[in-house]
Design a protein around this ligand. Structure first.
Ligand code: DHK
Length: 142
């Protein structure tokens, strides 16, 4: 059985831990990756991690993995609110997609309330901090 889950992160998440820690917390993306790898091993899942500040790179990553991933966990970050291209790319992928936002986007500025990716995602986790990524892994394990 295919147990390979891709974890995709969008713009500015490379600065996690340094960037507005009052909103996004103090953990770095490397910390998140480390915790996810440990949890994935417990759950008998494999993960691949990818971050880009470029919309096209994320679109191409979805194309690259669409035939090999058992699922995608994606935090499109700011591109959640703008990118029909990422939505279209995810619509070419036939296995489950879970969308994660570290912050509760519905409690923030109005322009963050809508996510294009949510129209494709099986589930959306927002406002649970980086725990959201772990909960998304639990979804795939179940
Ligand atoms: C991360 C971002 O970078 C923002 O642009 C989104 C999301 C929210 C998050 O909460 O993880 O609006």
């Amino acid at each position: 059985m295919n147990k390979l889950i891709y974890v995709l992160n969008g713009p500015n998440l490379n600065l996690l831990g340094k960037r507005q820690p009052e909103i996004y917390g103090h953990e770095t993306l490397a910390d998140v990756e480390h915790k996810m790898r440990a949890r994935a091993a417990q759950l008998d899942l494999e993960i691949e991690f990818f971050q880009s500040n470029f919309e096209g790179a994320l679109v191409e990553k979805v194309h690259e993995v669409r035939d090999k991933a058992a699922g995608i966990i994606i935090n499109p970050a700011a591109l959640s609110h703008t990118s029909v291209a990422i939505l279209d790319a995810l619509n070419t992928f036939e296995s489950p997609v879970i969308e994660v936002h570290i912050s509760n986007i519905h409690k923030r500025e109005a322009f963050r309330h809508h996510s294009w990716v949510s129209a494709r995602a099986e589930g959306v986790i927002a406002g649970m901090g980086t725990l959201g990524y772990m909960l998304a892994l639990d979804y795939f394990a179940s």
